[in-house]
Design a protein around this ligand. Sequence first.
Ligand SMILES: [Zn+2]
Length: 66
Amino acid sequence: MVKKRKELVPTPKSKFYNVRCPDCGNTQTIFSHASTYVRCFVCNRLLAAPTGGKARIEGKKVSEFG
Ligand SMILES: [Zn+2]
């Protein structure tokens, strides 16, 4: 039986993601609600795109924290 339910909070909690670039394998930290386009430091591939809320992660999310 599942007793705990995840609360659906209207205001999203911000986090940080470690995102791996699918092109070069570089891993970098991206704010979950990034309001600008985030590109890979190494190869300049787009890793996160702003959506007005939670950023759309374009790479492989390896972990999250914060
Ligand atoms: Zn890259």
